[in-house]
Every structure is written in C-alpha cells, then in structure tokens.
Design a protein around this ligand. Structure first.
Ligand code: ANZ
Ligand code: ZN
Length: 852
C-alpha cells in the first residue's frame, strides 16, 4: 500500500511557493482586494498550538479568497518589544535584542513548515528601527495635533517589575506578572487623548457588524458613557465649592454625606497638618488604582470635619469624608452619597452610622424600607419636595434644571474611558522621541534626527531602567537652545506598536514614511482579522483610536481598521498526573481506553480534565513534533475538523491519527484508480447513468455547501462535507465512460475544495491529476445551480408545544441550519421574548420543538 510521503511533498511545495513568490502581492486597483490578518505573535521562541489554530484559520480564508479572484494580502510579523526579553536578559544574561532576533528566526522556521500562504516580503519586526522610527514620527505628529500630552498622574507601580502597570495589568490589586501588591505613585507620564474620541469610538461600534457581539459589548462597557450632572456644594467656612459628579441628581434629597478621593486636592490640603489623615491616605494608596481592587475592598472613610450645604436647602448640612472607594480619575474625584439607592454608599452609611433616606419608591408599592440592600431600580420620587411624584428620568431633568438655574450645577457627560498612558519605565521598547531641557522644557526630537535608536549595549546589573544608567545615551544637547539636556528615558507601552502594524503591512518596505497613503487606502480596512478574545478590549480599542488619530494627521482615510473580526477558541488537552501528583506531558503517557500508564512502566496515571494547553500543567503538544510525525496538512485538517472555530478544541492523538488516515485514504483513492478515471480534459458524455448523475449532483452540492461554509467560518462543517463526499465518490463502482468522467470531475473538484485546508496534499494531487500549473493559482470551482436544487420539505416549528411557524428547508438539511432558520422566525422570536431557548429538538424533515 502506498503511503503518502508528506515530508517530501510538503517541503517541495513550500519551496516552490517561495521560488514563485506565489503569495506576494501588489496594490492593484483593477482587482478587488481582500486583507486577511491574524494577530501577530510575540516572539517567545516557539510556536504553540494556539498559533497553529490562529494561522490555519486565517490561511483557509486567505487561500479561499485568493481562489475566488481577490487580490489577497496575508502578511506576518513580530510584536517584538516587551518584558519577556528583558526578563530573559536578567535571568540568562542575553541581550534582549539578540534573544528576540534569535527567537524570531526559529519561529519563522517553524511557521514556514505550516504551509501558510504568507507574503513574507512584508515581514516586520517592531523592535527594528526601520519600524519604530515611524511611530516616533507619529507620536510627534500626535503631539502637534494636540493628541498627546504629558501630565503628572497616579500610576499603578509594580514594586517587583519596577514599572508602571496599566489598570488592566492589575488583577485583584496585584501585578499581572509579579503577583505582588501594586502601589500608587505619582509620576510624569505621556498620554494619548483617546477620550477625545470616546463618542466616535462608541458610535463606531454600531458599524462593526462583522464583529462578535460579545466583543462589541465589551468595548461599549469599557468606554461606558454616563449622562449625569456636576453639582457644586458650598463648603462651610471656605471660599471654594466641592464639585461632585453624579448620574443620579434625582436622588439629591436622599443625600447623606459627601466624599472625596484620597488623592483629591482637598484631602491633600487637609492632610498637611493632620497626621491621622495622612496615615489614612497612605493606607488608601496601597489599594492600587484599578476599579476592581477598589470595588472589592472594605469601604473605609475619614471624617474631615468639614461640612457642605445642600444646594436645595441651605440649612441642611452634610459631612465631608475622605473615602477609599472614590476614584480620583473618574468624574471629579468627589461624590455626594445617597445610601438608600447606592450599595457602596449604603455599606458606608451603615458602617459610620449616617442617615439613610429613601427617595425612590418602587412602582406599585406604597412605601419603601431599606435594610442592608440599596434599591437601585426605577420608581417614583418621594421625600423630595419639588421632585415628588416624578419618575426617575423626569426628576433627573428637573433637578438639573433647578441646579442650573441656581448656578449650583449643570448637566454633563462622563466616560469611564481614560486617556491612554503610554510611558513605561522599561528598556526594551520604542524610545519616546523627546528631549528634556532645563530651559525649553519638553522638546520634540527634530524629524531629521529620527529614529532615536535604542542602544543595544546595555546591562541589567542595577534595578530600574538601563536607559537611565547608560553612560552616554541620554545625554544630548537641546535641539532648541543647544544647552546640555537629557533624553526621555521612558519607552512606549508595547500596545503602541500593535496599534498600527496592520497599516505598515500595506507598504512594509517604505523607508521614507510609515506607509504610502495610496497603499493603505487600497488595503485598509482589514477585511478579516482573526485572533484571541483576550484582545477584545485594549488592542482593538487602541487600534481603532490610532486609526482615527492617523486619519486626523493625514496618514490614511478610513475610520475603522478591522471590518471583520473572528475570535477563535482555545486549544485544550487532557491533563495527566503521576502517582506522586506531578504533572506529566502527554508524550510521557500511554492511554489504554479511558485509563493511562506512564510510558515504559506500568505506573498508573491519573487522567484529568481537558483544559487550555499551558506549560504549567504540561498538557501541551509541540506543533513541531506533530508536523514532523504527520505533516502540516494533518495538523491543519485536524485543527479544523472537530469544533466550530470559535469554540474550544480538544487536541487528541486519536483525532490527529484520524486526520492522517483520511489524508492517506484520499491520496490512495485519487492516485490508485488508474483506468477508472477519464483523461484530463475529456468531454462530458452526452448521457449519464443514474449512478454517475448522482455523483455529478453531489459534486455541485458539495461545492455549494463548502463555499457557504468557508464564507461563514463553518470550517468544521466544511470538513464534514469533504469526508461525506469522499465516501460517496469512494462508493462509485461503475466502470463505464460516464463514471470515469464523473470520477475525474469529482477528484478534481475535491482537490480544489481541500486546497484551503490541506494545501500541500491538494497541490500534489493536482499534479497527479495531470496538471503542471500550480493549484494555488486556480480559480475556485463553480457550482451549477441547476444541479443543486434539493427537494424541499416543510417543517413545523413549535415553542413549548404550540405551533408558531412553518419553514421550508432542503431535504435532509443540517441540524444546525434547521435550528438557525427556525429560531430566526419572527413568531418564534416573539414567543421566546428575547430569551435563549433552553432546548431545541430537531426531528429531521418533520418538526422543530423549541423549549423556552
Ligand atoms: C449620587 C448617587 C446616588 C449615585 C445614587 C449613584 C446612585 P457610573 O454610572 O459608573 O458613571 N461616582 C461618581 N464619581 C465617582 C468617583 N470618582 N469614584 C467613585 N464613585 C463615583 O457611576 C456614577 C456614580 O458613581 C455617580 O452617581 C456617583 O454616585 C459615583 F442613588 O451620585 B452617584
Ligand atoms: Zn533648550
């Protein structure tokens, strides 16, 4: 029996594609373009199965779209700045640049073995000056456009990593890498004005129809627009007023106290001659600046002794506290509290024995009692003088009108989104192109002096930033006055590089400018972006902001960088432990049915749940081993087979073997049927036997089905169709001329249909079928619509036993298709009333039962 020699075949085709520059593209306005991009990898040193899944998904799209006649851009690069390189430098004494470049080289070699249809001529590495020089220029342009500024601000300081952390990098009050409690510090930082685009970024989400709803919701919540009011409370015995932000001016009559953040100027002022307050503020500062940390901490306060007057009743005085749950960076850093209708305020009021006056009565109730739970729902205003009897919304409007009339406040809009702090006290990043001069202040590095190169001769002997201790690097003359000055030694947050790399790919070789406008305007937006859900907020939001900022500075024309987004699931594997409870790698374990033993012994192994592959649990399979044993096509095909791409996938040895067997079967079927296959280009016989006709129809149906699947990212269904069709063709027994003809037609079509998934096998089969031109330049097969009409059946759709709709579907439709169509019926939707159905039972060709 002939075995398919994958290693020869794959190496040969990879070389051919490379020699022919098969996937290199140019801007060509006569052709429709399609830009497929996977989130570029961090060069950690080795690719893992998550990468394989990510790039396989993208490659299927790229190859499919190419066959469909698109001018496809599918590039690859390296997100090469960041902490791990510095950590490696500290631990193993290798310079970060060397470590990074070596990792890139080995990962590039690994990646190239996967047979991805990438345009390697556009490869970029963000740590190289020919990349980051352009972002230094961008920063200077942003500065000029008023989109960048420097200010003193409170930061999360990781005492172990010696750096500032973004709020998102603080988890439960601890550094995301170090796991150590984060402190607050005041530092001068560079910021990008993302908040200036808050409304646009919010509105833009509505246009992103090809993004997962989940991601759109996460972005909306992140920006979080709040309509409310600023209220000015007169401070007794002082000239100034306390300005608070509230979303609930309707509850002003339920006010119980005011509170300011520990970092509020008022708190700082009062603490000057108050050691107890100083101690309290210090305690608050240990909490970090993240909302999460603050939410979880016990509510604590310090009574300042100051009083404010209520704006609606000057005789009414409220105490002013410093409270640990008030954030300085949100609203005005000060609040008025209404304990009856806000849980944090209530917890605080109960703790410090402050009044709790309900002012909103739930609809349909006579009165309201507040125990330990605040009432945050809708209702009618009570206990509130001129607001009594109004609903919450009307009362908000009336309260704001009155405040405005009195000069005690105004309506306002606030966002949770804050400006993006981009300074990092780190070496391995892009230098911020600013020179600090004692006379002139912050002076931008003149464009002709860019790039500000990161020195590579650094050492990590001392804690902190090596750029700071470098003997010469930071000492320069001021470009304005010529006096001795110092470079900014902070570098950019690495999200800076990933916020525009997709644009650089459009014109990656440009040495003069970041990219030519004509090229980006042709290629952008990215038509299909593929990556992990972990980037749902930051990377995607920053990129959306950057695109707008770059537009403002004349770099490009689009608003949104990513037209379509697909978030893939994770690759999981069973976990194994030996008798001592130590984790084992899958390749140390032999499975026997459901049980397992350690290879080379009969020591039993405990088989645990299948969870995301991770080094710490050792449940990892090295893609390089899989490619060496079975070939890239097997790995790719299995990756696509088992689960929908947005769900988690369980990696199993048996699954991989199944894919490998299938490849061999296909190979034998096509190559070993001499004499039963018509010659290339043979004409279709004038009549076909029923047997041959059935295969002809099945072929067209398969083309149609797979095309639809690939358009919709239903890759696992496409795989199922390929397997099913292969079975059908395998069962064709006829030896006549018509069967020989249809057999060839089926083989050729099958070869083309598998090409996006198993490109090497497909190319080789195409060669076997007598074609010497490469398959990767062939157009996608066309389904003849007259041959795919199915017999239609009518199915009833019941919701909780009640007939709600009738649907017409092709006979023997996929269960998932039937389900989708049934649930999309208007009457069914109405009966479900916005809820997810608990169960959907499809009785094929007859009925769909929905249980609500
Ligand atoms: C009085 C009030 C009464 C409030 C009530 C709520 C309920 P969102 O919706 O997230 O925007 N707040 C304002 N600034 C704050 C700060 N710097 N730190 C902590 N909390 C702050 O939240 C707005 C509400 O959060 C505001 O409305 C304010 O409390 C509080 F029954 O004002 B509210
Ligand atoms: Zn100067």
């Amino acid at each position: 029996m002939v075995q398919y020699n994958f290693s020869d075949v794959e190496a040969r085709w990879q070389e051919t594609w490379q020699d022919q520059k098969a996937f290199e593209v140019k801007t060509d306005k006569t052709k429709p373009k399609y830009y497929v991009l996977e989130m570029f990898p961090y060069p950690s040193g080795r690719i893992h199965m998550g990468h394989v899944r990510n790039y396989t998904l993208g490659d299927v799209v790229a190859r499919y779209k190419r066959a469909r006649g698109f001018n496809v851009l599918h590039p690859m690069g390296w997100d090469a700045f960041g902490l791990p390189a510095e950590n490696a430098a500290i631990e193993n004494n290798v310079p970060p640049a060397k470590w990074t470049r070596e990792n890139i080289a080995s990962m590039r070699a690994q990646l190239s073995k996967l047979g991805l249809s990438l345009d390697w001529s556009r490869e970029i590495a963000t740590c190289e000056p020919d990349y980051y020089r352009h972002e230094q220029k961008m920063f200077l342009d942003f500065l000029e456009a008023g989109l960048a500024y420097r200010k003193e601000s409170l930061v999360n300081w990781d005492p172990v990593e010696n750096t500032v952390l973004a709020n998102e990098q603080v988890i439960d009050g601890k550094g995301w890498r170090s796991g150590e409690p984060v402190e607050k510090r005041r530092l001068s930082q560079w910021f990008l004005k993302i908040t200036e685009y808050a409304d646009e970024l919010l509105a833009g989400i509505e246009t992103l129809e090809r993004w997962p709803d989940k991601v759109r919701t996460m972005q909306r919540n992140w920006i979080n627009r709040s309509e409310g009011a600023r209220v000015f409370f007169e401070l007794k015995g002082r000239e100034d007023r306390l300005e608070v932000f509230t979303t609930r001016p309707d509850t002003l009559y339920g006010a119980s106290f005011c509170a300011v953040s520990a970092n509020h100027p008022l708190a700082e002022e009062l603490s000057k001659d108050n050691p107890a307050l100083q101690a309290f503020i210090a305690e608050c500062n240990r909490l970090g600046t993240s909302e999460e940390a603050i939410e979880k901490a016990e509510k604590l306060g310090f009574d300042t002794g100051l009083k404010v007057k209520h704006p609606f009743d000057p005789a009414w005085e409220l105490p002013v506290y410093v409270a640990n749950f008030v954030l300085m960076e949100y609203g005005t850093g000060a609040i008025f509290a209404c304990p009856a209708h806000d849980q944090r305020d209530l917890d605080f009021a109960r703790k410090y024995n402050l009044p709790v006056t309900p002012v909103v009565c739930p609809k349909g109730e006579e009165s309201i009692e507040i125990g330990s739970e605040a009432f945050v729902g809708e209702g009618t205003i009570i206990n509130s003088d001129f607001l009594n009897g109004l609903g919450v919304d009307d009362a908000k409007t009336a309260a704001i009108a009155k405040l405005q009339e009195q000069g005690d406040g105004e309506g306002t809009i606030t966002y949770r989104l804050r400006d993006w702090g981009v300074s990092r006290q780190r070496y391995w990043g892009c230098p911020i192109p600013i020179i600090r001069c004692g006379t002139c202040g912050d002076v931008p590095v003149p464009a002709k002096d860019l790039p500000v190169q990161l020195p590579e001769d650094v050492n990590f002997d001392k804690p902190g930033n090596p750029l700071d201790h470098h003997p010469t690097w930071k000492h320069v003359d001021c470009p304005k006055c010529g006096k001795a000055a110092e470079r900014e030694t902070d570098t950019f947050d690495t999200f800076f590089e990933s916020s525009w790399y997709f644009a650089r790919f459009c014109d990656a070789g440009n040495e003069e400018i970041a990219f030519n406008k004509e090229d980006v305007d042709y290629w952008l937006p990215v038509d299909q972006y593929v990556g992990g859900i972990e980037h749902a907020v930051l990377h995607l939001l920053y990129s959306r902001f950057f695109t707008r900022a770059l537009q403002k500075c004349g770099y490009l024309s689009c608003d949104e960088p990513f037209d379509g987004l697909f978030t893939q699931g994770m690759v999981c594997h069973e976990t194994y432990k030996d008798t001592q409870g130590k984790w084992l790698f899958p390749n140390q374990v032999q499975k026997i049915g459901k049980d397992a033993v350690k290879i080379g012994s009969d020591e039993p192994v405990k088989v645990g749940q299948s969870i995301k592959m991770s080094k710490s649990k050792k449940n990892v399979v090295d893609p390089e081993d899989i490619v060496a044993t079975y070939g890239a096509d097997t790995a790719r095909f299995f990756m696509l087979s088992d689960s929908p791409p947005d769900r988690d996938l369980e990696w199993t040895e048996s699954g991989v073997e199944g894919a490998w067997r299938f490849i061999n079967r296909l190979w034998r079927m096509v190559t070993a049927s001499d004499g039963t296959v018509a010659t290339k280009g043979a004409e279709q016989p004038s009549s076909l036997s029923p047997e041959a006709d059935a295969i002809l129809r099945a072929t067209h149906k398969t083309i149609d089905g797979i095309s639809g699947d690939l358009e919709k990212f239903h890759f696992n269904r496409a795989v199922a169709r390929i397997r099913e069709f292969t079975n059908q063709v395998g069962e064709l027994k006829g030896m006549g001329e018509d069967c020989a003809w249809v057999r060839r037609f089926a083989f050729e079509t099958l070869t083309q249909l598998i090409a996006p998934m198993m490109p090497h096998l497909a190319e080789e089969l195409w060669l076997e079928l007598g074609y010497d031109g490469g398959l990767s330049s062939q157009p996608w097969p066309q389904a003849d619509s007259s041959l795919i009409v199915d017999e239609l059946v009518t199915l009833g759709v019941q919701v909780n036993g009640k007939m709600r709709a009738k649907i017409e579907m092709p006979m023997d439709s996929d269960e998932a298709d039937v389900r989708e169509t049934a649930l999309s019926q208007e009457n069914v939707q109405r009966a479900l009333d916005g809820k997810e159905p608990r169960k959907v039972i499809v009785v094929p060709n007859r009925i769909v039962n929905v249980v609500a």
